[in-house]
Every structure is written in C-alpha cells, then in structure tokens.
Design a protein around this ligand. Sequence first.
Ligand SMILES: [Zn+2]
Length: 244
Amino acid sequence: MKNTIDILNDKIRFVVRNDSQNLALVGPVKLPIKQGDFEATFNWYSWLAVDSQKTKQQMIDDLPAMNLAFGQQSSVLVYGDFENRDDALIRMHSICHTGDIFGSQRCDCGYQLHESMKMIVEHGCGAIFYLADHEGRGIGLFSKSLAYLLQEDYYDTVQANHALGFEDDVRSYEDALKILESLRSKPVTLITNNPKKLAALQAHGLAANGHVPIWGGLTDTNARYLQTKVEKSGHLGDVKKLLV
Ligand SMILES: [Zn+2]
C-alpha cells in the first residue's frame, strides 16, 4: 500500500495568503451530484488556513488535534474546463443553514444555490464558492436565530444585526478570491442580482467581466415584490414566467 502522503501529495497545494499563513487547497475530488432531475459531476475543492512553515505531512499530522468539525471550512464546486475556458460563471454563495439545508422560505438562498449550480452546468463552465464563515452575513447561526426573532418584531435585517451588537455585514471574500486566482487567471462573470456585490468583489481584486442575474424562488413573501418589478419594468420576462 502507498503512503498516505504519496497518494495526497499532488492533490494538495499551498496558496499564499500572507506571511504567516497559507491556504491549503485540496482537490479536485470528483463529486457526482443528484438533486431531483438535476445530475452533474463537479470537481470539489476545500481549503484551510495553515501555518506557512508547515509541510503537507505536518499539516496532515495536526488534523486530529484541530477539531475541525467545531469550526467551518469553505469549499468550491468547479465545473468544466475552469482553468482554460474563456468564459466562466462564478457564484460567491454565503452559507445559509436554514435556506440551503432546511429549504427555509424566509430567504431565497436555497433556490439561488441550486439554481446557480444548474446555470453553471448549462453554461458549461464555472464555480460555486460555498463560504462557510458567512452565516447570517457573518454573525453565525446562533445569532441568526435571535436576529430572526427580532425581525418578527419589525426589525429589518440590518437593524436586527445592529441590535445584537454586530456590524451590518462582516463577510470577507479575501480567501475565496485567492483560491479563485489559483484556479483560474481569466476573467469571470458573477452570478448575482446585486451590482454592488460585483463592485465590492472587483474592489477586492475579482477579475470580472460583469454579472448575470439570478431570480429568487417565488415565495409568499417575495411574490408581491417580484410582481411589482414585472409591472413596472418591461425587460423582466424571466420573472413573469416564474409568476405564471
Ligand atoms: Zn438565507
């Protein structure tokens, strides 16, 4: 039997983060996915910040003592010839335990996650970054449950986070952008409805051509909002289809 490190060596690479830490990027791991009628095989990578002095073997030796299940590790699903193809779709998806896993209709995160996976496969090339330290705009799952209760008492998301002592939005994209750079040097197209997110990511170094929208799943809470958009704007044909 081969040594562990001989098997893993060429599937681990260190991406420079700063002087004291690297991001250990592991992959690709073949990940065949089936969600209802949707089936595709992605290449999956995960990453972890490690002391820049450590070798791969030392990093592996340290894992049992690191209790990683008590923290969060981010990862990325890659589809197609991501390194070389001229156009690739990117989604920077902030983890949403309630929306992505439970299918909560308080937000449209679950819909956006699954829809962006389909968009990327239809397009033929792209990546979904699943940012595991972004729960509740960075406040964490437990705090999010408190924020939801405040929202039931007419606080909006920002007010609720402020009331709990948090800044508006404490999400960082720096590590994900470093990983993106290591996987692809050509520009990308960002899947988002929010041009401000595109601008913010460009300010952090994202080489993006532009963005494509992703319409949220229709729920009781957003139907009126989408209907208003359709009535007031002629170019939102996709939303019209959703509302039929
Ligand atoms: Zn959500």
